[in-house]
Write a protein that binds this ligand. Structure first.
Ligand code: NAD
Length: 482
């Protein structure tokens, strides 16, 4: 049997074999076949990677580089990502089952993250503080924090890495990134571009491996000054506790159970499509999935009919095929989780109006049909817990107040959608929805320029936009007796 391609860690600009000499297989979710092996990182690998990042932080080639030049490196990295877009898109599609055409669209926008923070790099500055007396000059320095540990999930490895990498580097930090054990390939394909862009070795390092054995040591390492994490709320809590013990900062982008709310005056065709794209894109494996669909009773039947009719015709299959509309779930455990939630929903009294089973694609991967539940109450577990799969729960409401109450009755607060032609209602809802992002007559729009934050159990801190720079810098106050 042919050996699978084997990938090492990327440390100090070199492919570095794992200290324990172990690799693990990663599976293509469309076929359930292993397709490469990644290094099984341990504390010893983390030690080497953090050491390299620490040395790079002190290296005059990075430390003394002008902020404008730092921006230029980010711009070059963005250009290189653009040049390698097809390879990166294909690699991630094979690794997590996302549609290739969706990945191509994502890659077309990915350089923007680097261009945006390239433009910001030389605008990160302190200020002169008005003094209490003429004899004292007081000013602030906005400094990088040091080595940043970044930990990412499997649903969108490149994008979720870029949102950390670009601002952290713009601010002058160095990084160790640990991708999900399920999806190391696209980040490993990106790694050689760091040095080709001109970043000194060690500025960005990649250690692959599992949460407990590679992620844990990274968050616990004495030289890691900040952790930036995207993933589940449970892991986020654990990481926050570690950071609290160490008194270091962390940014957490966590799970969601977002409401998508349709009023009777909405353009119902667009709203139905917004529901479909909101919850079934990436087979429901997006943190912002609009998995709780709230529909005004006047249009409930019509929306339910449109959504379930379209959901039943969604083309399920090979993510590399342009005709496919829904690919597999990224990992076997996720398929089992979705199945168990659908069983739970049925046992809780919910009615499956479409989907609710594994389709027969003949591909052998982790596919699940788009599923729509009715007859559910917002207090049920399938309406309260994040499923992270192609499962929508549709619930009626009678008034704006009731819609708000159902929408906000959730432990999460990541995103919300509102569909209405009434602009006053949009403002009222936007003001009162407990969510870090509110979309009206659209869903899932995002941009590097627009801040993204999770309320409640959906996170802590901000990503994207200018604010994020504060999270990757520390402020020093300098007093001089003139
Ligand atoms: P996960 O929490 O299981 O794993 C995320 C990462 O954390 C992985 O790299 C994993 O190896 C690592 N990890 C696990 N245990 C760890 C530990 N003890 N210490 C350090 N690292 C550890 O999440 P997942 O299943 O990979 O991803 C799905 C979750 O991510 C969903 O909840 C989804 O909503 C969330 N997500 C959030 C956003 C957002 O922006 N808010 C975006 C995408 C995904």
């Amino acid at each position: 049997m042919n050996r699978l391609p084997r990938h090492d860690h990327y440390i100090a600009g070199e492919w570095t074999a794992p200290a324990e000499g172990e690799w693990f297989a990663s599976v293509n979710p469309a076929t359930a076949e292993p397709w490469y092996e990644a290094a099984n990182g341990t504390a010893a690998d983390v030690e080497r990677a953090v050491g390299a990042a620490r040395a790079a932080f002190e290296d005059p080639r990075w430390r003394d580089l002008s902020q404008t030049r730092r921006g230029r490196l980010l711009r070059t990295l963005g250009d290189l990502i653009g040049e390698h877009a097809e390879e990166l898109a294909r690699t991630e599609s094979l690794d997590n089952g996302k549609l290739l055409r969706e990945m191509r669209a994502q890659l077309a926008g990915l350089p923007e993250y680097f261009y945006y923070y390239a433009g910001l790099a030389d605008k990160i500055q302190g200020e002169v503080i008005p003094g209490a007396s003429r004899e004292l000059l007081n000013y602030t320095l906005r400094e990088p924090v040091g080595v940043v540990g970044a930990i990412t999930p499997w649903n969108s490895p490149l994008l979720l890495t870029a949102t950390k990498l670009a601002p952290a580097l713009a601010a002058g930090n160095t990084m160790v990134i640990k991708p999900s054990e399920h999806t190391s390939a696209s980040l490993l394909a990106l790694a050689p571009l760091f040095e080709r862009a001109g970043f000194p070795p060690g500025v960005v390092n990649v250690v692959t491996g599992f949460g407990a054995t590679a992620g844990g040591p990274l968050t616990e390492h004495r030289d890691v000054a900040k952790v930036s994490f995207t993933g589940s709320t449970g892991t986020g809590r654990r990481i926050a506790r570690t950071c609290a013990d160490r008194l270091i900062r962390c940014t957490l982008e966590l799970g969601g159970k977002s409401p998508n709310i349709i009023f009777p005056d909405a353009d119902l065709g667009s709203a139905a499509m917004g529901v479909i794209a909101g919850v079934f894109a990436a087979a429901g494996q997006t943190c912002v999935a609009g998995s709780r669909v709230l529909v005004h009773r006047e249009v409930y039947d019509e929306i339910l009919e449109r959504v379930s009719a379209r959901a039943a015709t969604i083309a399920i299959g090979d993510p590399l095929d342009d005709a496919t509309e829904l690919g597999p779930l990224a990992i076997a455990e996720q398929l089992e989780k979705v199945e168990s939630y659908v069983d739970l929903g049925r046992s809780e009294g919910g009615k499956v109006v479409c989907g609710g089973a594994r389709p027969d694609t003949g591909l052998g991967g982790y596919f699940y049909s788009p599923t729509v539940f009715t007859g559910v109450d917002n207090t049920l577990r399938i309406c309260q817990e994040e499923i992270f799969g192609p499962v929508a729960t549709v619930m009626p409401f009678d008034s704006e107040e009731e819609a708000l109450s159902i929408a906000n009755n959730s432990a999460y607060g990541l995103a919300a959608g509102v569909w209405t032609r009434d602009v006053n209602r949009v403002h009222r809802m936007a003001a009162r929805l407990e969510a870090g992002t509110v979309w009206a007559n659209t869903y899932r729009s995002m941009s590097p320029m627009s801040p993204r934050a999770g309320f409640k159990n959906s996170g802590m801190g901000t990503e994207h936009g200018t604010e994020v720079v504060r999270e990757y810098t520390r402020l020093k106050s300098v007093w001089i007796n003139t």
